[in-house]
Design a protein around this ligand. Structure first.
Ligand code: FES
Length: 253
């Protein structure tokens, strides 16, 4: 008579498939990890390896607002005054948190998926160092100020050397600031500020309308997060190629 081996106290590991996608399970986290790593490396190079991002009327989003400060003859990298705000904002964003916890740490890998053995099968939430993610609302305040500078730059570049002009950089800067606005003003924390802690929407039509407006953007917050990341990259890259002389002519000439 054949005996059936006991599974013991451990649960059997059953390979699962994502019911919402026909793509392999590893593809999305791998894309997230590769894209975020590449963007982080490019950003570090822009911040620490370059001393400016202006070409004529165009200003890279990494340098808005433009601050030039020398300490003891040493030029503080101008992008350093700017980069901390979007870094804090994106690193603590509810969507990006989900994306990088799942992609880089597998901790947790997904909803209702067991933790890897390396984590002891125990998800403790965002505790310890990760409790800093609760400061997201303050990053939102900082980035809102920065958005005002970005909108000013995007509109001011149309008027250069006493004349109205439009170039490819104009288009990129406008698209970038629109996408960044879509991302920023669809923020979960902003949605809570607009309509949270309210038991009575009809008591404040202003708050209700604001909440509805934020919700429209919030529904696709993940898409805005990615699109705006690429528009920042594309806008800076275009202006940087002009600054470095790789693109040969002034586009407004
Ligand atoms: Fe993503 Fe606030 S939750 S920007």
């Amino acid at each position: 008579m054949q005996t059936v081996p006991s599974a013991g106290p451990k649960l059997a590991r059953v390979p699962g498939r994502n019911p919402y996608s026909a793509l392999p399970n590893w593809l999305y986290p791998a894309l997230v990890a590769v894209t975020l790593t590449a963007f982080a490396l490019y950003s570090a190079w822009v911040v620490f390896g370059n001393s400016g991002g202006r070409f004529g009327p165009y200003l890279s989003p990494f340098y808005s607002p433009e601050i030039t400060l020398r300490l003891g003859g040493f030029l503080v990298p101008p992008a350093l005054w700017v980069a901390w705000a979007p870094l804090a904002f994106r690193a603590t964003c509810y969507y990006y948190r989900k994306a990088y916890f799942r992609s880089f740490f597998w901790h947790p890998r997904s909803c209702a998926v067991p933790e890897p053995r390396s984590h002891g099968g125990n998800y403790r939430g965002e505790t310890g160092f990760w409790a800093l993610n609760n400061l997201h609302r303050f990053a939102l305040y900082a980035i809102t100020v920065q958005m005002a500078f970005l909108w000013f730059d995007a509109l001011a570049q149309f008027y250069y050397q006493g004349a109205f002009r439009v170039g490819l950089g104009s288009l990129l800067m406008i698209v970038n600031v629109v996408c960044l606005s879509g991302y920023t003003f669809g923020c979960h924390a902003l949605r809570h500020l607009a309509g949270g802690r309210s038991d009575c929407f009809s008591c404040s039509r202003v708050r209700f309308r604001l909440w509805k407006g934020v919700t429209v953007l919030n529904v696709r917050h993940d898409r805005w997060a990615w699109v705006s990341l690429f528009t920042v990259l594309g806008t800076d890259l275009y202006i940087r190629l002009l600054v470095l002389g790789v693109l040969p002519h002034a586009p407004w000439a």
